[in-house]
Ligand binder design. Structure first.
Ligand SMILES: *Cc1c(COP(=O)(O)O)cnc(C)c1O
Length: 354
């Protein structure tokens, strides 16, 4: 008899299987591979790997670089296999039977799954009709349910909107449970809560190399918190959980992060250009975004998704039962040509409806 863990059968799974798309704008990845100069340095670095050794030095080297950039101590940084692993471990560290995790909804769909994986209770808190977070009510909710962990994604995926650093601070200061701030898209917004870590021992900031730094393949993320917090969360990781290929690659990417600034700016400019153009199409509602994607809403969302798929354009459609996201589609920014084509097809589709 194979006795699986309790409730494993009922665990929702994240469907990562995908078709090939000519224009792939469904996963908020960077549309471009590494800048050629960075790629060259990465390949040179990879030719000097000590494959026979556990990657202690490479782990420390990346931690040291990140710590220096944020002027924090190395004991305040942990690396993970994508920020996904960081988030999972934070849920694990503060979760368990009878524990509660409060997070806004709609937001990153994985929060609910990680809460359940840690056998804790997910407590979603609804955003308002403009997808804004009422921070006072959110704080009240966290206190009322006696939450053990609160999570906020800023700017938020999939809605694209943001909280000011002041409002993030308001939350950090008003709750005493752990507070995870997921900054997966922060490079497209620019106003990080990292500096609040010195002041608030409950604050944990998660970052990733997967979005602005175009390194989704390598699975590298990190977190910043006070040393006592990282000491505890570190216990939840396996020894040597980061592999040397990813560490060495991320190390070069981080050293050369200035090379990514022009493309981050290009993505922001494209987001603004696309938002403006899409706004002119009747029947499509555009939500303001500070990320590398745009959320739209229209009555025929599923039909539009199917139409774009027929043109080999893959965008993110949310199932009708995803709370708050009925008829919504998320469009990641491609390059200018890709975006032009996406826009033209959306326009074709909407004109065909008349
Ligand atoms: C993409 C994403 C992540 C994590 O991505 P990794 O590739 O695991 O670093 C985390 N949070 C949000 C909200 C995301 O959109």
């Amino acid at each position: 008899m194979m006795n699986y863990r309790k409730d494993l059968e009922n665990m929702p799974s994240y469907d990562g299987t995908e078709k090939y798309y000519r224009i792939k704008i469904n996963a908020n990845e960077s549309t471009m591979n590494l800048p050629p100069l960075v790629e060259e340095r990465v390949l040179t670095r990879l030719s000097r790997i000590a494959f026979n050794r556990y990657p202690n030095e490479e782990y420390s080297a990346l931690v040291e670089q990140i710590a220096r950039n944020f002027s924090v101590s190395e004991s305040q940084i942990l690396l993970g296999g994508g920020s996904s692993e960081i988030i999972e471990k934070v849920f694990f560290a503060f979760g368990g039977a009878g524990k509660k995790v409060v997070f806004p909804q709609p937001s990153f769909s994985m929060y609910k799954i990680y809460a359940k994986a840690a056998e804790s209770e997910p407590v979603p808190f609804d955003l308002d009709e403009k997808f804004d977070l009422d921070t006072d009510k959110f704080i009240k909710k966290i206190r009322d349910v006696k939450a053990d962990l609160a999570v906020v994604c800023n700017p938020n995926n999939p809605t694209g909107n943001f909280l000011s650093v002041d409002r993030v601070e308001e939350i950090a200061k008003s709750i005493d449970c752990a507070f995870l701030l997921d900054e997966a898209y922060i490079e497209f917004y620019g106003k990080s809560g990292v500096n609040l870590v010195a002041k608030y021992p409950n604050l944990i900031v998660a970052r990733t190399f997967s979005k602005a730094y175009g390194l989704a393949s390598a699975r590298v993320g990190y977190m910043i918190a006070q040393p006592e917090v990282t000491r505890m969360i570190d216990k939840t990781f396996m020894p040597y959980h980061m592999n040397v290929l990813s560490l060495a690659t991320a190390d070069i990417v981080y050293q050369m992060r200035d090379e990514f600034v022009p493309r981050i700016q290009m993505t922001i400019a494209e987001r603004q250009r696309m938002s403006g153009r899409l706004q002119a199409i009747p029947g499509i509602e555009i939500f303001p975004s500070k990320t590398n994607f745009i959320l739209i809403r229209l009555d025929k969302a599923e039909e539009l998704k199917n139409y774009l798929e027929s043109k080999s354009i893959g965008i993110r459609y949310f199932s009708p039962d995803a709370p708050g996201l009925k008829n919504c589609l998320r469009i990641s920014m491609g390059n200018r040509e890709e975006n032009d084509e996406v826009f033209a097809e959306i326009k074709n589709f909407s004109e065909g409806l008349k």
